[in-house]
Design a protein. Structure first.
Length: 232
């Protein structure tokens, strides 16, 4: 057992899918996995291990934001021997040609968080996706006819900001979308020599203010999960 995950050694697969929402983890386990077993209920942050097409895979909720996300990712990598971490999340699109439901692969993650500044004594670390996972995700999406975009995203510490225009600076430098975890995920995976990739679906468009309904969220989530599960 680790502090925030009540599993025994061996309960968790070497590949873990990471939704922010623990109820998403349960939904994934119940909808896509066979013989899924819940290995964690500490703080309600549910985690499950089951099989997908005969291969063992786990799915673990992480909460929102880099600090919460890193608690779970760290314990998975440090205490349970996890080798592959795949975030499945939502994001707000910044570029005008990215639409609701689009799927993005985060090649790299900028941030307004100072967590890496603390880690690297004031210097900037450039976290990036694992190349092999990234290439595989691209080919799975292409073979299934699922359109995607890939590039730099922003992992922000702030959901409710004070300046409604602050995101536009990132947009002007080509950043595709904003979410709140990937910069931490890629850095932590690098420290442990693990493979990491973030797959995101666009749930809102910052330029137009459009947002997905919950039924649409479900549908776009399914396309993202198909890619993530095949990758796992
Ligand atoms: N900001 C941060 N995270 C998000 C957003 C957003 O606008 N949309 C979906 N995840």
């Amino acid at each position: 057992m680790s502090i925030h995950i009540g599993a025994q050694a061996g309960d968790i697969s070497e590949t873990v899918l990471l939704p922010g929402d623990p109820l998403r983890a349960r939904f994934v386990a119940e909808t896509f996995l066979e013989e899924a077993v819940c290995y964690n209920q500490v703080r309600g942050m549910l985690g499950f291990t089951g099989t997908y097409q005969g291969r063992r895979v786990s799915v673990q909720g992480t909460g929102m934001g880099i600090p919460s996300h890193l608690i779970y990712v760290h314990e998975l990598l440090a205490d349970y021997g996890v080798k592959r971490v795949i975030r499945v999340g939502s994001c707000g699109a910044m570029q005008p040609d990215i639409e609701l439901n689009d799927i993005l692969f985060a090649m790299s993650a900028s941030t307004d968080s100072h967590i890496n500044r603390l880690r690297f004594h004031g210097a900037d670390y450039a976290p990036c996706a694992d190349f092999e996972l990234f290439m595989k995700a691209c080919s799975i999406a292409a073979s299934r006819g699922i359109a995607f975009r890939a590039g730099n995203i922003l992992s922000s510490d702030v959901f409710y900001g004070d300046d409604p225009d602050s995101w536009k600076l990132w947009r002007d430098f080509g950043v595709l979308a904003v979410e709140m975890e990937t910069n931490g995920l890629y850095t932590e995976a690098a420290k442990f020599g693990a493979q990491a990739l973030s797959i995101l679906t666009v749930s809102d468009q910052l330029g137009t203010g459009q947002a997905l309904s919950s039924a649409d969220r479900e549908r776009s989530f399914t396309a993202m999960m198909q890619i993530a599960l095949e990758l796992a």
